[in-house]
Design a protein around this ligand. Structure first.
Ligand SMILES: Cc1cc2nc3c(=O)[nH]c(=O)nc-3n(C[C@H](O)[C@H](O)[C@H](O)COP(=O)(O)O)c2cc1C
Length: 278
C-alpha cells in the first residue's frame, strides 16, 4: 500500500512536471498573428491585386460589399459618387464574413476615388476602429493617390499602426504579381530573396530624349499630366526607370508640383507607373 502511494506520488510529480513545463513554454511564446486581406473593388482591379496578395501571403481574404452596388458605367458611378460626397452620405455596406478580432495584420485595399479611398471603404473605416492592429494599405488607381489615401486611413484609425503598401495603376494590373513579390520581400512580409534596385541618380535637367520618353508615356492619359522640369533615372530588370519632377495642372486651373515615375522597357512604349501630387 505504501509502495503504491509512493508510485502514485511519483507519477503525479512526473505528469505535473511535464504539464507545468509545457504550459510555461506556451506562455513565453507569442501566438503567430494571423493576416487578412480585406478589400473593396468596384470594377475588379483591386480584387485582382487582393487575390494576388492573398496568394503570395497565404492568408485569409474577405471583401467589403456595398448593399446598393455601384453597377453602372464609369459616368454613372462618377455622378452617384459626386452626389453622395455632396450629401455626405454614408454608403451602406454588408457585414463581413470574417471576425476581425482574429487578425493581427490587415492588408486593406481600395480603389482611389477623388484622391482618397472609395466611399464603401469610408463606411467600413467609420464602423471599425482596428485598435492595435497592423494595417497595410494597397490600392489601384488611374494615376495615383495611395499616399494621401494612406494618410486618411491613419486619421480614420488612430489606434492602428498604418503603413503604406502596394499601389498600381489599373492599366498595369497585369504587372502586379512580380511587383507584389518584390514589395512583400523588400518589406519583410514574406521571406525570400530579390535583387535590390539601385538608387535613382541625382536629378538633372530634362534632355530632349527624356522629354520624348515622358510624353510617350503620359500624353495619352485622359487628363493632362504636365511638363517635366527635372529627371533622375536608374536601371531596373524591366528597363530604365525615370523619376520626373513635373509642373502639373491642378483641376482648379492652377499649377502644382508632381513626381511622375515612368518605365521604358526596351522596344516597348514607355508607361507611367504612378503620379505623386504635392
Ligand atoms: C468615382 C471615381 C473616382 C475616381 N477618382 C480617381 C482619382 O482621384 N485618381 C485616380 O488615379 N483614379 C481615380 N479613379 C479611377 C479608379 O481608382 C480606378 O479605376 C481603380 O483601379 C478602380 O478599381 P476597382 O476596379 O477595384 O474598382 C476614380 C474612379 C471612380 C469610379
Amino acid at each position: 500500500m505504501k509502495k503504491l502511494h509512493l508510485f502514485l506520488m511519483l507519477a503525479l510529480m512526473i505528469i505535473c512536471g511535464v504539464a507545468c513545463k509545457s504550459s510555461k513554454s506556451d506562455d513565453s511564446e507569442k501566438p503567430e498573428g494571423k493576416t487578412l486581406v480585406l478589400y473593396y473593388s468596384q470594377t475588379g482591379a483591386t480584387k485582382a491585386v487582393a487575390e494576388e496578395l492573398q496568394k503570395q501571403l497565404g492568408c485569409d481574404i474577405d471583401s467589403i460589399i456595398a448593399v446598393n452596388p455601384y453597377d453602372g458605367d464609369y459616368g454613372q458611378t462618377i455622378s452617384r459618387w459626386m452626389q453622395e460626397k455632396k450629401d455626405s452620405a454614408k454608403v451602406e455596406v454588408k457585414p463581413l464574413n470574417v471576425n476581425l478580432d482574429e487578425y493581427e495584420t490587415i492588408f486593406l485595399g481600395f480603389p482611389i476615388w477623388g484622391g482618397t479611398y472609395a466611399l464603401p471603404m469610408a463606411s467600413f473605416l467609420a464602423d471599425n476602429i482596428l485598435n492595435d492592429k497592423n494595417v497595410v494599405t494597397f490600392a489601384t488607381f488611374g494615376s495615383g493617390g495611395i499616399e494621401k489615401a494612406t494618410l486618411d486611413v491613419a486619421i480614420a484609425l488612430p489606434g492602428a499602426d498604418v503603413k503604406e503598401g502596394y499601389g498600381v495603376r489599373n492599366a498595369r494590373v497585369e504587372k502586379a504579381p512580380q511587383e507584389i513579390k518584390r514589395f512583400l520581400i523588400e518589406n519583410d512580409y514574406v521571406e525570400g530573396e530579390i535583387e535590390p534596385l539601385p538608387n535613382f541618380s541625382e536629378p538633372t535637367d530634362v534632355s530632349d530624349k527624356e522629354a520624348v520618353i515622358f510624353h510617350a508615356a503620359c500624353d495619352n492619359y485622359q487628363f493632362p499630366l504636365g511638363n517635366p522640369v527635372s529627371v533622375a533615372s536608374r536601371e531596373t530588370p524591366d528597363g530604365p526607370e525615370y523619376e520626373f519632377g513635373v509642373k502639373s495642372p491642378a483641376p482648379d486651373g492652377s499649377e502644382t508640383n508632381a513626381i511622375i515615375y515612368v518605365i521604358a522597357p526596351q522596344g516597348q512604349t514607355p508607361e507611367f507607373t504612378r503620379v505623386i501630387r504635392e
